[in-house]
Design a binder for this molecule. Structure first.
Ligand code: ADP
Ligand code: MG
Length: 393
């Protein structure tokens, strides 16, 4: 699918997105820059992506008329969040190019299916998931291996940003947590001591061609990504190669098309010190790849556009060291009073790239935007990121 006017004229090639959040918004920006029109399906009339898209279809994700309109508008359709009903993607895939495909999204929607996929890939890559067990009944609670405690109980479906997770120290806490999470299918994971959290983003085309970004180092606060750092050579080469090889295998084995992000833990404990464990994957561009807009010659969003449209995938080249700071709604509040963050101060720092997502309500914990700080050296990027964080309080 080529951008711009369709041969014969009269209309522009159009790409669709299921979901209207910030990831959809940045996809729309990238698609429009290349000359595509866009259509977003999201029930929220004020969604961040819907408001910048050429077309916004404000229906439920499984609304037949909404899906029909999207197909009528678009040559190809992607998704910006993994909880789009897989059945809706199947409906779309019957008539239009859809990437990633419904099956790959379905695996990523279910932590147990996802871990099973990781375990298969581990036989060749050596990088497997954390020790875990399925918890779907009181009997499972009673039978859970002692070695998984202390652990983290996570709902198999619909968790994000640390939501749908409870830390459990013993079996009584596990039983209570399972009730607290609504007795839905869950996975109990061993709680690992973490030295680092890393992620790798790849883009894979329908022809099997694949490119990757360098390894990102991520800092989470309260289960939500807070900071991503990417400096040339900041991860030991052998570890970086292993994470990249594991991500590529996970994408290939899924016959994945589009941008895929895989999150990793670097374990910090006696017997397996420094070992890599695969945590989860996102079948879409990822928060830990936002710096690629400002620090690379091609962003994760442009690669998603290219993979979806069947355009060439080019290897991204990093031109600047980068630190990305997530901007949560908490920044708009101090001691219970509404405040406006010091944007003028932040923008006065060289190399700061502010991205606000157009959300009206600044609620605590809500992702409102991010700022990427680029610089020639890692030290300079770090120093300015610290200055920006201090200005924002
Ligand atoms: P989400 O879908 O909310 O991102 P994750 O499974 O990635 O869920 O968990 C969020 C964060 O919680 C991780 O980035 C990590 O900091 C912490 N975490 C998750 N699982 C484990 C674990 N097994 N051991 C230690 N920390 C964990
Ligand atoms: Mg995660």
């Amino acid at each position: 699918i080529l951008p711009g006017p369709v041969a014969g004229g009269g209309r522009l090639a159009t790409l669709g997105v299921m979901g209207g959040g910030q990831l959809g918004r940045m996809f729309v920006h990238a698609a429009q820059a290349l000359g595509f029109q866009t259509a977003v399906l999201d029930p929220d009339p004020t969604s961040p992506a819907g408001r910048v898209s050429d077309y916004h279809i404000a229906t439920a994700y499984d609304d037949e008329q909404g899906l029909a309109q999207l197909m009528q508008r678009c040559e190809a359709i992607t998704t910006e969040f993994e909880n789009v009903p897989a059945s809706a993607l199947s409906t779309l895939a019957a008539q239009r190019r859809v990437a990633p495909g419904p099956q790959a999204v379905a695996v990523a929607q279910d932590r147990l299916a996802e871990k099973a996929h990781f375990a298969v890939c581990a036989t060749t890559t050596g990088v497997g998931p954390a020790p875990h067990a399925a918890i779907a009944s009181e009997a499972d609670v009673a039978a859970a291996p002692e070695a998984l405690l202390p652990g983290i109980l996570k709902t198999a479906r619909l968790g994000y940003d640390g939501k749908g997770q409870v830390r459990v120290d013993n079996r009584a806490a596990l039983a209570a947590a399972w009730v607290q999470l609504g007795r839905v299918p869950c996975v109990l994971e061993q709680r690992l001591a973490l030295r680092d959290e890393l992620s790798v983003i790849v883009a894979r085309g329908a022809d099997g061609s694949m490119v990757h970004f360098p390894v990102q180092r991520n800092l989470h606060r309260g289960g939500i990504l807070a900071v991503t750092e990417v400096y040339p050579d900041h991860i030991p080469a052998a570890l970086a190669e292993q994470a990249i090889a594991a991500t590529r295998a996970i994408a290939t084995e899924l016959h994945y098309v589009g941008v895929l992000c895989v999150e990793f833990f670097v374990v910090d404990d006696g017997s397996r010190d420094g070992a890599l464990v695969v945590n989860e994957m996102a079948p879409r561009p990822h928060n830990s790849g936002h710096h690629t807009i400002d620090a690379f010659d091609v962003s994760q969003f442009e690669l998603q556009v290219r993979a979806l449209a069947g355009l060439p995938l080019v290897t991204p080249r990093q031109h600047s060291a980068a630190v990305m700071l997530n901007l949560l709604g908490d920044l708009w509040w101090r001691n219970g009073q509404p405040v406006t963050p010091n944007w003028a101060g932040v923008l006065a720092l060289p190399g700061t790239h502010l991205h606000l997502y157009g959300k009206h309500e600044a609620r605590p914990g809500r992702k409102m935007g991010h700022v990427t700080i680029t610089a020639a050296t890692a030290a300079a990027a770090r120093e300015r990121a610290l200055a920006a964080a201090t200005l924002l309080g």
